[in-house]
Design a protein. Sequence first.
Length: 512
Amino acid sequence: MAETKREIERKYEATEQTGLPDLTTVPGVAAVVHQGVAELDAVYYDTADLRLAAGSLTLRRRTGGEDAGWHLKFPVATGIRDELRAPLADTLPADLAELLRSRVRDEEVVPVVRLRSSRDVRHLVDDEGALLAEVSVDTVHAERLTEAGGTTSWTEIEVELADDADPVVLDVVDKRLKKAGVRPSASASKLAKALEETAPKEQGSPAATERHPTDNTDDTAGGRVLAYVREQLGTIVALDPAVRRDLPDSVHTMRVATRRLRSAFTTFRRVLDRTVTDPLGEELKWLAGELGVARDQEVLMARLNARLDELPDVLLLGPVRARLRVDAVSHGDEARTRAIAALDSDRYLALLNALDALLADPPLRKAAAKDPARVLARAVLKDYDRLAGRVEHALALPAGHDRDRAMHEARKAAKRARYAADAARPTLGKPAKRFARRVKAVQRLLGDHQDSVVARDALRALAVRAHAAGESAFTWGLLYGHEEATAAARERELPEVWEEASAPGTRAKLTR
């Protein structure tokens, strides 16, 4: 994998009247050390319709300076980006290309802009000589490399925080620059400014145009549902590279977006034609399943490790922690391999393309043109009724395997009802928020119960393997008993939690 650097910086406009002021007066800065001028030459790549720019991603091949090579930048927050670096090569390195797959699909990335910069660099250091920040004055010449593009030039000031330095440094430098009349840049990046100022005049700035030309933000039930669909698809596309980079919680969040999207197709079937959405729902189920292997393993290992931490050392008989670590590594590697294989598959790209097609030409039904509040409230209540039936069925069963299965089915219904309320929240407001909160409490309880069922299966398997290796299975059996007690406790709590979730008025408030 390419080297990753967290880039925390601020950009400012520079003119002849507002050059770089004296920064030795900045609190904490002991000296400003001139590093000389570097000549940089960078070619920025994108698809013909600028899909990377639309997502605030930048891909460049740069020569000159200390970090020549291929650079791919992902936005993290305002002024913060992760820059992935690969060695200089004639073609785009494969590990960077993989991170672009969800956005570029089968399209080729081509040169779109060339930036040649003279970078005058200064280091701000403290009284011990430690680097606080790098300040550069960049004189930039931009050339559009696509047909009918233009050229432009400007000068800007860039202040980048040093690794491990206190971010307050940027605040005090910012204060000094503003006092000297230097103002923040209106553009988020050099590329964004270059694209805007070199675009063919009759076209405006393509970088500001999303891939889906149809906004579907009209104030109808169809417009609201499609806005939610677009949001979830955007989350899936954006999280693809995060999953590939194995960033914390990325698999879980991508899986949730996949499930929310599938749930929306089912919940709002009066708005979107099922002959189109049902096949997509099946593909989303497949994707969630492939991602779920990794996520379920994460949850299971966290639960079992927490259970071991609760036990006194005297009850940890045999190499239990070592066995659990081995199990986690072996299953974890397998799960991650499976998730990445799914993202690398043609099936996955076909799903993303089909979802794009749905948004470009929505299969709207008659209800899509109606009042969104009435249509969405009705859909949420239908999912609520489905949940009520499953909870009542589970409560009517005796403890055992059948009740476990029934509670798992109720959990899935609770999740769908909650997702429906979340989707309707922009339309229904506080009633939908309260509804989702109550249903979430039911979902959480049922989820803990199901996790205990899964944990018991895993603990039995661990005990069998420990016994076969001549180890004591006592600790695994003890934890199995704890999980049985947890499941029984959740079953006793369910009637009370459900009573609160199904209190009189829950339905009525959604339809007011």
